[in-house]
Write a protein that binds this ligand. Sequence first.
Ligand code: 13P
Length: 253
Amino acid sequence: MRKQIAAANWKMNLTSAEASTLLNEIVAAPIQLKANQQAIFAVPAIYIPLAIEKLANHPQLLVAAQNCHQKTNGAYTGEISATMLASVGIKHIVLGHSERREYFAESDALLAEKVNAVLAIDSTPLFCCGEPLLIRESGKQNEFVEAQLINGLFHLSAAEIVKVVIAYEPIWAIGTGKTASSEQAQEIHAYIRSCLANKYGNDIAQEISILYGGSVKGANAKELFSQPDVDGGLVGGASLVATEFEAIINALK
Ligand code: 13P
């Protein structure tokens, strides 16, 4: 059975004291996770040791990084490798968020290298994809997202792809308060799963979690997550408020 996941993406938010308070509130919250469910916190890299310490006694509350460099080590000032992240206990790394693609010019080819780097240290890439508004308005979102999958992920073997979590995040819904309707989310998630099935077979496609991201809140999470191909969410703004993220976690199937 594939995992149902509520993933928080804090992006570049919170001071150390605020991060500490939020994590304290999360661990104190009455969160009920079933065996197939996880909550993952993609915190700014500088807060990873803090988050690991705070969540240490909660095996289903995991810490992730928001990015990594594609190389193992070397003269890349300011960068952090997947190997370094693994050495402090990180097992999940978000890759290819639309903000990284747009503001840091991350290409599909670069992301394919990063995916390899994360899998090489036996960690899980949370691979983001999703179309901008103009593409959605032209009705070409399926082709757009399929190309991101082909170019960023489909070089992987079947044994490798099952280790990946995919996050579909339509750019027009990120931080805008506009959410894809549950029908729109289900439609494209089903399309993503059909691409996986065509490439790797249906059994493997059924194993891969596909998260929805874009203005997920406590109030809309249950409806979105109730869709058969929506296996949870990748959450920005609402993950910075403990009660909101708690409601999102409790909305998982
Ligand atoms: P919001 O939930 O703030 O729309 O952000 C979504 C996102 O980008 C998560 O990665």
